[in-house]
Design a protein around this ligand. Structure first.
Ligand code: OOB
Length: 989
């Protein structure tokens, strides 16, 4: 720790030279309110607050807090998501001279308890819930445990112990008299030790931090700042963030989450000019731009910091988002380095800029404490007008990281580029920087060592394409015990650790690699396990422009690659084609088997989502996408009914050797082998240049009108009787109509796709089985971020042959109680199924009883959305929703039994799904309806109708005809077979 004498000299200098103003942050707020009064200061959803109203709100809240007894010098734990409640509470505490401790919403019991023990807060202000997590039980436990904690203040509905934040509306009193050089707030440090560190920032230093940043970043009265990162973090709070924007009279817009789905809408709606992100989010925003065309033209500057920004990613920001980029190297301890708005592009793309203040003293030193030579890399040490000179209540640690001259030793390794900018090269400190979240290796190691099966542990950071770095736990297990990553993650969850602190990778060893002096050699571990990941084969990729419509080029490619096994899958404007199989996962009996070339591994499949998680985790590929199918009969297993496996596995996923993705104007080609990539590229370009044959209407003419009509009517009648006996509520019975010949997959696809508006479309060819379909709905959609969606369709009418007829039939659909009841029960069931796997607060019906046009019919359709809860993967969502209620019935188990009894033969892929999933956790499964099938020499189309107690056999038969009319007219038969089969009798499949 520096001597007091030194600190005084520095402080005097900063005051004299005007870096530190003689005003508290509360006095700044009063000044802003005075200057900018009626302008909008804050926006949260539909709510807006002017500067004047905001200051009033702060005064009243401060009054309410004072009534509770909160006073100058008290510490108050503040854990709120982005929003006005955060801003009001923060400034209200400053007004009282109480110190907010800025906890992140992601923090859970362990962190909160450690903060309470360290800082002894008198009150805890916390959200009722956020992203599905109910904070109240945790907060109440703290209240019971921590003697200093007297008040629990809940933003939202309190349970037993708390008071609602909204009720704290006291008389406006004079603000506390505080010394601007005193502590104003406590920021959390990423830390390197097992215990949390708090960073005391003073009024004067923090005001300077925010205002100087706002000036440097060109903020003014017309600036609109989007607070997308969690506002308790220094970056969005004061660099320039919330405080810097307010200091200039600008407007701050709060986003609850930093995802592109929320942020893009806010940018367009509010005319956002500035925002800040960490690199991993930049990547997601750039990807989202492929399909989200929101108007982002107001955006002027994107600040990126918190972790290393790869130059390739940096280079895409301006071309794709249309705004300038600024790199920020910062730390909650103080120092901020920014690239300048007028820096040349090469500086912005490749460096982390220069210190904010001319009074920042930044030095780079070698291991022996000496300054490094020009251009050499060394540890960055710093002191200056807004860098702390000690952590709060951490004397011993302060001795280690602050030197006698008051320099903070950051543990970051950096060099100066020839043009005088800083380039961050790495770090000395044992920390994992996971998507910008800093995690102390020591904290995780300590927790791992407490695990009963673990004898010793070391935690290392490994480079990761998506996260920047991932957390790898290396452990020595006790005796001959085994430990799986999923077990470990469950253990961490049970301990109350936030998601970002759970290990991403687990490596078990028998002994540690040691350095020459016998210390654990983490560098060796890093090399070994980084290589392990690197030994996973990476797809080779290339992007080429295309001229042809993607659906047509996709069909041409399928035609070229057949009879290879392949799957074409259309979703969200992309036609994805997986060809061949480099690895395959199949459900065989009670085992899930992974086969790669001659090698096989098996997992018991009782818990299918877990087994799939494990098998997919073993795939020796990076950044893979799998293509697959699930047969309807998989549902019997999921519902505990006896199963008889058919000729094909009920679930199968293939990792393709060649993976082609087509969108308007571009094709991405990926292959595991260079030759395959080159030949796919050549083939694609050749096909793109060649005009395609005209699309013809189909000529298969299956007997949709009368085939098995009497049989079907009889089945419907007996199902209605069973429903009336109360055996089940709803049942979907289907009817197969044979085709006289073999399917021409490509011609059928082109004709059918041109005439249809499906939710998904596909061609699947695997061995002696093939199908082509135009799916009206998805069974489940899960994004890499764990957002789950499903779109039940139930209730059907034909489209008719004119606009008037369509409208008339739509009105009929909306007023038919049978169709409405049928739809409502389907939505209710989907909701209940999602409840089991989603965060309760995040689950909702985002669209109810709209009408979707699909081919020649219209359906009542609703959309449900949720966020997967911790511990659930995409396969939990799949297992919860499969089979689609639209194609099975209600309740599902009874419906499955009745379908088997009435239909007599397995449905196989009909009403199962064709799907894709990937290494990031994405899953998209299309319900297999409106599909033509081929198995060996038999081909057919199949459709069903939903039977309820009010069903009439003739009307349900008619509904199967209407649905078959969406596919049957487009089916083409392959020419040679057409000739031979025409002469034979009708073949029953
Ligand atoms: C910011 O603050 P913290 O306290 O969460 O983390 C600080 C650490 C730095 O010591 C460094 O290790 C790393 O994060 N870091 C970067 C970086 N910016 C921060 N590493 C590489 N490149 C960068 N651009 O992360 C923070 C605080 C204010 C503004 C921006 C970031």
């Amino acid at each position: 720790m520096p001597t007091l004498h030194w600190r005084d000299t520095q402080a005097r200098k900063f005051v004299q030279q005007g870096y530190w103003e003689p005003r508290s942050l509360n006095e700044h707020l009063q000044e802003w309110s005075h200057r900018f009064g009626p302008r909008i200061a804050l926006v949260e959803g539909e709510q807006q607050l002017s500067y004047f109203d905001f200051e009033q709100q702060v005064c009243c809240l401060a009054g309410g807090l004072a009534d509770l007894g909160i006073q100058c010098g008290d510490r108050v734990l503040l854990q709120l998501p982005n929003g006005i409640a955060f801003a009001s509470s923060f400034f209200a505490l400053l007004r009282l001279g109480a110190w907010p401790i800025l906890a992140m919403p992601a923090h859970r019991e362990r962190e909160i308890q450690a903060l309470c023990e360290l800082a002894e807060p008198t009150a805890y202000i916390v959200a009722e819930r956020f992203l599905g997590y109910d904070y109240r039980p945790m907060a109440e436990r703290q209240l019971g445990r921590q003697a200093s904690l007297r008040h629990l203040i809940i933003a939202g509905k309190p349970s037993n112990a708390g008071v609602p934040l909204s009720a704290l509306n006291g008389e406006i009193r004079r603000p506390a008299v505080v010394d601007p050089l005193d502590t104003a707030l406590l920021l959390l440090s990423g830390g390197t030790t097992g215990t949390p560190k708090l960073i005391p920032r003073s009024h004067a230093d923090y005001a300077y931090n925010a205002k100087a940043s706002a000036r440097l970043c060109g903020f003014a009265g017309d600036s609109v700042y989007l607070a997308a990162l969690p506002i308790a973090h220094n970056f969005p709070l004061a660099c320039p963030g919330l405080i810097g924007t307010l200091s200039m009279g600008g407007k701050v817009v709060f986003a609850l989450t930093p995802g592109a789905d929320e942020a893009f809408g806010l940018i367009a709606r509010e005319g956002v000019t500035h925002t800040a992100l960490v690199p991993s989010l930049v990547k997601l925003w750039l990807q989202a731009r492929e399909w989200d065309k929101s108007d982002l033209s107001s955006l002027r500057l994107l600040q990126v910091g918190g972790a290393r920004l790869p130059a390739e990613l940096a280079a895409q920001v301006t071309p794709i988002l249309g705004c300038a980029l600024q790199q920020v190297f910062g730390m909650a301890e103080g120092l901020l380095c920014y690239t300048r708005l007028d820096d040349p592009q090469q500086v912005v793309l490749n460096t982390q800029g220069r210190p904010l203040s001319e009074a920042d003293e930044v030095r780079l030193i070698s291991a022996d404490g000496q300054p490094v030579g020009d251009g050499q890399t060394g540890e960055l040490i710093v002191r200056g007008p807004y860098t702390i000179h000690g952590y709060y209540r951490a004397e011993a640690h302060n001795q280690q990281v602050f030197d006698a001259e008051g320099f903070y030793h950051s543990g970051d390794l950096a060099r100066w580029s020839p043009d005088g900018n800083l380039v961050v090269e790495g770090r000395l400190k044992e920390q994992i920087n996971r998507a910008g979240e800093k995690i102390a290796a020591a904290e995780i190691e300590q927790l791992l060592r407490e695990h009963p099966q673990i004898q010793d542990a070391a935690v290392i950071a490994l480079a990761d394409k998506r996260l920047g770095e991932r957390l790898c736990a290396c452990v020595i297990v006790r005796g001959d015990q085994t430990l799986e990553l999923t077990d470990l993650r469950q253990h961490f969850q049970a301990l109350g650790l936030p998601r970002h602190k759970w290990p991403d990778q687990l490596e078990t060893l028998h002994s540690w690699p040691l350095t020459s002096i016998g210390k654990l050699d983490k560098r060796q571990l890093q090399q070994r396990f980084q290589d392990e990941a690197a030994s996973r084969a990476a797809y080779l990729e290339c992007c080429v422009p295309i001229r042809e419509k993607p659906q047509e080029l996709a069909a041409a490619l399928v035609k070229h690659y057949l009879p290879d096994d392949l799957t074409l899958y259309e979703h969200n404007g992309e036609w994805a084609l997986g060809i061949g199989s480099a690895a395959c996962i199949r459900l065989l009996g009670n085992q899930l088997q992974l086969s790669i070339a001659e090698q096989r591994r098996q997992w018991p499949a009782e818990d299918l989502p877990e087994a799939l998680g494990k098998a997919l985790g073993e795939l020796p590929f990076q950044d893979w996408r799998a293509y697959g199918t699930a047969c309807f009969e998989l549902a019997r297993r999921l519902h505990g009914l006896p199963v008889q496996d058919g000729s094909r596995p009920p679930l199968r996923l293939d990792i393709p050797a060649v993976d082609i993705r087509l969108r308007d104007g571009t094709a991405l080609i990926r292959a595991l082998q260079p030759e395959a990539l080159a030949s796919a590229k050549a083939r694609l370009q050749e096909l793109d240049a060649k005009p395609l044959a005209p699309i013809r209407t189909g000529h298969a003419q299956p007997n949709v009108a009368t085939h098995d009509a009497a049989l079907y009517r009889g089945q419907v009648a007996s199902a209605v009787a069973e429903i009336r006996q109360g055996r089940y509520q709803k049942l979907i019975l289907s009817r197969k109509v044979p085709l006289k010949g073999n399917l021409d997959l490509v011609a059928s696809y082109r004709a059918g796709r041109q005439a249809n508006t499906p939710a998904r479309s596909f061609i699947h060819h695997q061995g002696d089985f093939a199908c082509v379909g135009f799916s009206p709905e998805t069974v489940v959609e899960v994004s890499a971020q764990g957002l789950v969606g499903t779109q039940p369709l139930a209730g059907t009418r034909a489209l008719g042959d004119s606009v008037e007829k369509e409208a008339q039939l739509r009105d009929e659909l909306y007023s038919d109680p049978k169709e409405i009841a049928e739809h409502a029960v389907s939505v209710k069931l989907a909701f209940e199924e999602l409840q089991a796997i989603c965060e309760p607060q995040q689950l909702g019906v985002s669209e109810f009883m709209a009408v979707s046009r699909r081919g020649s019919v219209q359906h009542l359709s609703s959309r449900l959305r949720g966020q997967l809860r911790d511990g659930c993967n995409a396969w939990h969502a799949f297992a919860a929703l499969f089979p689609a209620v639209t194609a099975s019935g209600i309740p599902k188990r009874e419906a499955l039994q009745a379908i088997a009894a009435h239909e007599g033969a397995p449905r196989d892929l009909y009403s199962g799904c064709v799907m894709i999933c990937d290494s990031h956790g994405m899953l998209d499964a299309a319900l297999v309806l409106r599909t033509a099938f081929q198995h060996r020499d038999q081909a057919w189309v199949q459709a069903g109708a939903g039977i309820v107690s009010l069903s009439l056999p003739e009307r349900e038969l008619e509904e199967t005809r209407e649905k078959l009319a969406s596919i049957a007219p487009y089916v083409h038969l392959a020419e040679p077979q057409l000739a031979t089969v025409r002469q034979t009798a009708e073949v029953q499949p």
